[in-house]
Design a protein around this ligand. Structure first.
Ligand SMILES: C[S@@+](CC[C@H](N)C(=O)[O-])C[C@H]1O[C@@H](n2cnc3c(N)ncnc32)[C@H](O)[C@@H]1O
Length: 415
């Protein structure tokens, strides 16, 4: 078979690092991204985007800047189905009782999170619900209830009428809700960016944060919650777990997946302008456009009420079936169900292991991927006896001269 020639290109180190982080998030290599770009150039017969356009400043309020910004955030405009929110959050119901909730990426007139907490407000005995709407959202303003200012506002709810809040047609009676003395809508001073000082200040006032944050800012979002020591239940993509900021949280049992989504894809509503060109996209009976996204998981640091069950292991170790890595003292286990029940050493398992992970059964040591050498402490690298390999791109497990997929290195806990 002909091999692909290697091409050397000069890239500014900072550009390379930042682009690499984005590709990590998406789950593709730098080489795959560059190949995709080159193929698009061939297909389109030109550079497939406008190289003259400037990135608009997120805080700008000018009409054009707002339009451009809406285009940029379009890829973040995935609206969660109510059923997905209800199923997960009710798992944590006991822990939410008597708490104050913040949904900080949520237009209250559109968000399934806001709807859920209003419907369950009294049953969960919530103290308050605060929801902030981002001015850059392509939906913000559609149902915009306030005069003047930008479309960024917050809804604060401290009381909900029993029984009458859901109208016979299924919509929420928001007019009655906001006519109650304990509830109000108010402009935000800025654009409602979760990173703004006024939105960060709201974090300090609440017990639990829950939303589906913009996918492109997921790491930054989770980092903010961590730095504010917040409890959270948020939706994200499992690709995020392989980043150097998020993987350690899973390793150290500070964050784990929620119970309700462990496989398959999820349906999300998208704005009317969103192209429906991928498998599983469509328009539902109510005329709402939707897409389906794989790899979606709930990320939480709240213990759900159901127990975390151990993985049932049925296979025995056989040295001929489990190759040893050339650069780690560990065996390759290509499928979770093949983890041998009697192997005491270190094993490399797929990223989907996190769906089955029980800290009582296994210890997570590190992520063996292309950035391992820089992301992992030298103590950990020596624990797994890592040896630099010329082809391992910084730490990918090597088997017979070939790179394995990114693997989580784990070890069984002693019984
Ligand atoms: C993935 S959507 C989810 C919306 C809603 N939470 C839901 O699940 O239905 C992310 C939302 O965050 C908004 N958003 C994008 N960037 C933001 C930012 N920097 N700060 C706050 N919200 C942002 C988007 O406009 C969008 O409404």
């Amino acid at each position: 078979m002909p091999t692909k020639p290697t091409t050397t290109i000069r890239i500014d180190p900072d550009v390379k690092k930042r682009a690499g982080e984005v590709f990590d998030d998406i789950g593709i290599s730098m080489s795959a991204a560059i190949n995709t770009f080159l193929k698009a150039v061939i297909r389109e017969g030109t550079i497939p985007f406008d190289i003259k356009s400037n990135r608009p400043k997120p805080n700008s309020n000018s009409g054009n800047a707002k339009l451009n910004h809406a285009f940029i955030v379009k890829k973040d405009e995935f609206y969660t189905e109510y059923g997905d929110v209800e199923k997960e959050i009710l798992n944590h119901g006991k822990l939410l009782k008597g708490k104050s909730i913040l949904c900080n990426c949520d237009d209250p007139f559109e968000s399934a999170f806001f709807r859920f907490f209003i419907i369950y407000f009294n049953r969960l005995k919530l103290i308050s619900l605060t929801s902030t709407c981002y001015a850059g959202s392509s939906l913000a303003g559609k149902e915009y209830p306030l005069e003047g200012g930008t479309c960024a506002y917050k809804a604060v709810v401290t009381e909900v009428p029993d029984d009458t809040i859901v109208r016979p047609d299924g919509s929420l009676d928001l007019e009655s809700l906001f006519s109650m003395s304990g509830n109000y809508l108010a402009h935000l001073a800025g654009d409602g960016d979760f990173r703004s000082d006024e939105c960060k200040a709201l974090l300090g006032e609440v017990d639990i944060v829950t939303t589906n944050p913009p996918f492109s800012l997921f790491r930054e979002y989770l980092d903010l919650l961590e730095s504010h020591k917040k409890k959270f239940i948020i939706l994200g993509n499992m690709n995020a777990t392989t980043t150097k900021e998020i993987f350690p949280l899973f390793r150290d049992n500070k964050v784990w997946y929620g119970e309700s989504i462990r496989s398959g894809d999820r349906k999300f509503y998208v704005p009317d302008s969103y192209p429906l060109n991928a498998t599983g996209c469509g328009i539902d009976d109510n005329g709402r456009r939707f897409i389906r996204v794989k790899g979606i998981r709930w990320f939480t640091n709240l213990k759900a009420c159901s127990p975390n069950t151990s993985l049932e292991l049925t296979r025995l170790y056989d040295k001929d079936e489990y190759p040893f890595y050339e650069n780690y003292d560990a065996i390759e286990v290509g499928r979770i169900q093949n983890i041998p029940m009697d192997y005491e050493g270190v094993m490399g398992v797929p990223i989907t292991f996190l769906d089955k992970y029980s800290p009582n059964q296994f210890e997570i040591i590190m992520l063996a991927n292309g950035n391992a050498r820089t992301n992992v402490s030298s103590k950990t690298l020596s624990e797994v006896n890592y040896r630099k390999h010329p082809e391992d791109r910084g730490g990918v497990g090597m088997i017979n001269g070939r790179r394995a997929y990114a693997r989580i290195l784990i070890r069984r806990k002693s019984l």
